[in-house]
Design a protein around this ligand. Structure first.
Ligand code: GTP
Ligand code: MG
Ligand code: ZN
Length: 285
């Protein structure tokens, strides 16, 4: 049995990269699929059976995301455009929350900087994320793509964000040999068309990056509020709340609420967090 890594998944056809560098097409056996379906990024045991390669088992995952479905990654690049579609901090923050829950580092990629004026409110939003300690990269048609080598080198990254923000476009700009299909330039509706339909890992700067399809909804069902509150990077402050299991909602002596008042924690992130809490609580009721 040989160990390989799933680098592409289209319906139930897997492309597995073997340790000697060869790529094989493999199928997942019924028992593997029933147990827990293999996803992109998985390390798997494969075997050549007659004319087919077959995935026999999945190695334990270091971490995983469900939307997009991908495993064993070092960082998530959360992409949002300034306009077309319009920058939505609610969506960016939900992605930050889900990625952080999976113990994966979030990095922000803002695209289409060429389409906004200098006084556009998006500039303030970007400053707010930087102030909170997030790494933010800005991209636009009018600027060269640079400084990404250190970010990508030897790492496995996943590029996520809603449809039409420019995920595939950026990968093509970094490496024109990739030739990934992107949307036509006529974006009359201002929203995406789900051009990318499967998750695929591409080799870049000695690391791997996964282009993923845009999504239409994000799922917080089954998320534990305390776990969520404790995984959000913005909420890692020194001052403790009065209660150890504080979820920073209505509890007295909450250090996060105080920090928000004092401008030490982003009001935007805090409000988006409260909204997600409400969604979780409604589902539980
Ligand atoms: N002006 C401008 N247009 C951009 C930029 N980045 C991407 N676009 C355009 O945005 C559109 C959507 O880009 P895609 O790369 O297909 O978007 P995607 O995120 O891969 O979308 P899905 O595959 O549907 O999830 C294309 O028409 C791109 O030319 C940018 O920085 N500036
Ligand atoms: Mg795409
Ligand atoms: Zn608190």
């Amino acid at each position: 049995m040989i160990i390989g890594r799933i680098i592409k998944l289209v319906s139930n056809h897997y492309t597995v990269l073997l340790s000697d560098g060869t790529r094989v097409e493999a199928l997942a056996m019924g028992k593997v699929r029933l147990d827990k379906a293999p996803i992109a990024g998985d390390f798997v045991k494969v075997e050549e059976l007659g004319e087919h390669w077959v995935i026999q088992s999945i190695e334990p995952r270091l971490n995983e995301l469900s939307r997009p479905a991908i495993a064993n990654i070092d960082q998530a690049l959360i992409m949002m455009s300034t306009v077309r579609p319009r920058f939505a901090s609610g969506l960016v923050d939900r992605l930050i929350f889900l990625v952080s829950l999976a113990q994966i580092k979030p990095v922000l990629f803002v695209t289409k900087m060429d389409l906004i004026e200098d006084d556009d409110p998006v500039h303030e939003l970007i400053a707010d994320y930087r102030q909170a300690g997030y790494q933010v990269f800005e991209f636009g048609k009018d600027r060269p793509v640079t400084d990404l080598e250190t970010l990508f080198k030897d790492k496995v990254s996943v590029l996520t964000g809603n449809s039409g923000v420019g995920k595939s476009t950026l990968l093509n700009r970094i490496d024109s040999a990739l030739k990934i299909r992107t949307q036509e330039t006529s974006e009359a509706l201002g929203r995406g068309k789900h051009t990318t339909t499967h998750t695929e890992l591409h080799e870049l700067y000695g690391g791997w990056i996964a282009d993923t399809p845009g999504f239409s909804s994000l799922d917080f069902s089954g998320v534990d509020p305390l776990e969520l509150s404790q995984s959000i990077p913005d909420f890692q402050i020194e001052e403790p709340c009065r209660f150890r299991d504080c979820i920073h909602q209505n509890e007295p002596g909450c250090a996060i609420k105080e920090a928000v008042k004092q401008g030490k924690v982003s009001t935007i992130r805090y409000e988006n967090y409260l909204e997600v809490l409400e969604v979780i609580e409604k589902e539980r009721a």
